[in-house]
Ligand binder design. Structure first.
Ligand SMILES: *[C@@H]1O[C@H](CO)[C@@H](O)[C@H](O)[C@H]1NC(C)=O
Ligand SMILES: *[C@@H]1O[C@H](CO)[C@@H](O)[C@H](O)[C@H]1NC(C)=O
Ligand SMILES: *[C@@H]1O[C@H](CO)[C@@H](O)[C@H](O)[C@H]1NC(C)=O
Ligand SMILES: *[C@@H]1O[C@H](CO)[C@@H](O)[C@H](O)[C@H]1NC(C)=O
Ligand SMILES: *[C@@H]1O[C@H](CO)[C@@H](O)[C@H](O)[C@H]1NC(C)=O
Length: 654
């Protein structure tokens, strides 16, 4: 049997940390040892020196009456850290303490008492020896930094937050029973802004805060333990309170009226920035201002939006269709409170570059030199100032396109001067119009340029006489009609319809003339025609009655047509000859030589020297050029590709 002697009472626990689990273990241990002893807990005050005491507890086994028993302690504070805080006299079982206890380090020690025989055999089961440390008020309270917020304009008595102090002394005892008070407020202000419940630490509004005056407070709070009793320990801490903005301030504008201006002919441009003033907290919705145009924007020319960085209204001009100079637009920008501010916007005249108006100038011009001004100036095409519509000043001119170098332009005067006689038949004309381009260059920096187009419309003058488009024709001897067609390089009304007339003096045969249309006439022979060349002279007049100085010569080559409706074309002769190369080889060789040399005498020789002589058609065409010098030859012989032989006729120019 154990005998347990105690100094100040008995308590049983196991560990320093008392948790639910530990409590359970303790209960079980109690039950297990209950069959021997029920041990009341042992209590020792902290901060009290028991080291001089002979013992704070005694343990003893009944077995010591029969045999020698030795006593030991085990557990934290004995053979575990903190080592040897408690020691036992092995012989008499007196338990001593070697140091002063601190409840805030460990509030309970659970030791075990051991009784052994000298031979090492346990004399008893282990006995729990538990020591509880009693609290003393040896710790001052403390308050950690706490932060809270309060909405501005909160009424008196509004709970802001609960201040919670700490005290290391034993919970639930007066040693840790804290009371609170406000020591100071920063900034102090006129009135204390807050009040505190002494016992709960609840902090309340005392004076309505106004964020626009003061948005932040710092309080020093004092906590006193022992329920605030005199002699209680104290500690202080800081509490920071932010005043939260509410939208209690109405936005206003800097000025009561605005005037701005905008350049004309611009799009999407900022007309002005309108500064809104709002005392509410910056960059919050309470501060940001919504701008609306309530009047004057019926055409949606303007838009307004808020610059979220600056709280400015950005008034933008979206588009200006056509604003007259000096036009004023009035807008009214309203605010949430309905206050409206008038805004006047002036449209500024921006110097614009010169323009050509219209961009193309038509210059009618006669081809007839006598109708062209003597100085050659056919037009003046100055650029205009689009703002005033007047002739632009400080502008110089230059040519930018003049493919046939027809004109010059006065650098300062914009006078267009002809370089050459206009020719309506020039390939540079389209539909009788010559296109040129010029530049107007303003003298400011950077220069502005405009391009103008001139369309010189050359009116036709009757400077060409009509000629025959073809001056020869073949005709089968059994037919009697050929057609003549005339052509005139001039244009209406100086060309077709043409009138034709036969000049009997220079004409072989007797011909009737029939008008087919404006350009063509038919010639009918009144007599039967024999094969041979008939030279006709035709007078052709244009619609103005102009004819060439000499009559046109038209050659009718009458041939005998067999089986076909027309004379054998000479090209056919050439083709068939190349097939019969071997037969006419020598002749062709000579022929080639003749062509190269182009000597008429040799030509004649060739003609009679070669058996199947042929001539390219272009030689035949030459005949028409000078009719009075024509000689005619008629060769009777076999045609190369004709069985019966045809009668080719060649006209050679001498
Ligand atoms: C040790 O000594 C005790 C008492 O003298 C005795 O009862 C016990 O049997 C001994 N044990 C051993 C193992 O010798
Ligand atoms: C003190 O007691 C309260 C309630 O009784 C509890 O909430 C708190 O956690 C305890 N503090 C300590 C340090 O034990
Ligand atoms: C704390 O102190 C107040 C008064 O100072 C007292 O009424 C209260 O009972 C105390 N509480 C404890 C747990 O001591
Ligand atoms: C020329 O004029 C005719 C008739 O006026 C027109 O049909 C044609 O398109 C014009 N050609 C050009 C290149 O302008
Ligand atoms: C005139 O008549 C000729 C022959 O019939 C024809 O080829 C030509 O196209 C006509 N010209 C006009 C302008 O009608």
């Amino acid at each position: 049997m154990w005998t347990f002697l105690q100094l100040t009472g008995v308590l049983i626990t196991f560990e320093c940390v008392i948790g639910a689990e530990a409590r359970l273990k303790r209960t079980k241990a109690l039950k297990r040892s209950k069959r021997d002893w029920v041990l009341p807990p042992s209590k020792l005050w902290e901060n009290t020196d028991y080291t001089k005491k002979e013992f704070i507890a005694k343990i003893r086994s009944d077995k010591s009456q029969e045999a020698t028993v030795e006593y030991y302690l085990s557990g934290p504070g004995a053979n575990e850290p903190p080592f040897n805080l408690f020691v036992v006299n092995h012989g008499n079982g007196y338990v001593r303490i070697t140091d002063v206890l601190d409840r805030e380090k460990c509030q309970e020690y659970s030791l075990k008492g051991i009784a052994k025989y000298p031979n090492g055999t346990l004399a008893e089961d282990e006995i729990p020896l538990n020591i509880v440390v009693l609290d003393k008020n040896d710790n001052a309270p403390s308050i950690k930094l706490q932060k809270g917020t309060v909405k501005e304009e909160s009424k008196k008595g509004t709970l802001v937050m609960r201040i919670k102090g700490e005290d290391a002394d034993q919970n639930g005892t007066n040693n840790a029973n804290l009371t609170y008070s406000i020591v100071s407020q920063e900034p102090p202000g006129k009135d204390p802004m807050f009040m505190i419940n002494k016992y709960t630490g609840d902090l309340y509004v005392r004076t309505e805060p106004d964020r626009e005056k003061q948005s932040f407070y710092k309080l020093v709070i004092k906590a006193t333990d022992m329920g605030g009793a005199p002699g209680g320990l104290t500690g202080t801490g800081t509490v920071e309170i932010k005043v939260v903005d509410i939208n209690d301030k109405i936005p206003t504008l800097e000025k009561t009226e605005y005037t701005g201006s905008v350049d004309e002919n611009v799009d999407d441009v900022v007309v002005m920035r309108i500064q809104a003033l709002d005392e509410d907290e910056k960059f919050t919705d309470n501060w940001l201002t919504v701008f609306k145009i309530v009047k004057g924007n019926e055409d949606n020319l303007f838009s307004i939006e808020t610059d979220k960085e600056t709280n400015e209204g950005i008034l933008k001009l979206i588009k200006v269709q056509s604003l007259d100079l000096g036009l004023q637009i009035e807008n009214v920008a309203p605010f949430v409170d309905g206050t409206a501010y008038p805004i006047k916007i002036l449209v500024k005249n921006v110097p614009e570059g010169p323009t050509f108006a219209p961009s193309t100038k038509e210059i009618p011009l006669s081809e007839d030199p006598s109708k062209i001004p003597k100085d050659g100036i056919i037009a003046v095409f100055p650029a205009v100032d689009p703002d005033t519509g007047e002739i632009a000043e400080d502008v110089s001119y230059a040519k930018s396109y003049d493919p046939d170098n027809w004109f010059t332009i006065g650098e300062e005067t914009a006078e267009i001067k002809l370089n050459k006689k206009p020719d309506r038949e020039s390939p540079f004309l389209v539909n009788g119009t010559y296109i040129g381009k010029l530049l107007a260059i303003s003298k400011d920096m950077p220069p502005k340029t405009a391009t103008g187009t001139i369309a010189i419309q050359v009116a036709d003058s009757n400077d060409h006489c009509p000629t025959l488009s073809s001056t020869a024709s073949t005709l089968c001897s059994d037919k009697n009609t050929v057609f003549i067609t005339a052509f005139d390089e001039d244009a209406y009304p100086n060309a077709a319809p043409f009138s034709f007339a036969i000049v009997p003096e220079g004409t072989k045969g007797s011909w009737d003339l029939e008008v087919i249309n404006g350009t063509t006439a038919a010639l009918h022979s009144q007599i039967a025609l024999w094969p041979g060349v008939y030279e006709l002279q035709v007078e052709v007049k244009d619609a103005q009655g102009l004819s060439c100085p000499t009559a046109e010569v038209f050659i009718v080559d009458v041939c005998i047509c067999e089986e076909t409706e027309e004379c054998t074309p000479r090209m056919n002769l050439l083709k068939s000859t190349s097939v019969e190369m071997s037969a006419g080889a020598i002749g062709l060789l000579l022929m080639a030589l003749c062509l190269l040399l182009l000597i008429p005498l040799i030509l004649i020789t060739c003609q009679f020297g070669g058996k199947d002589t042929v001539f390219p058609e272009q030689f035949i065409d030459l005949e028409t050029e000078k009719s009075e010098e024509l000689m005619s030859y008629s060769t009777e012989g076999r045609g190369d590709d004709k069985v019966g032989g045809s009668s080719p006729h060649f006209t050679i120019m001498l």
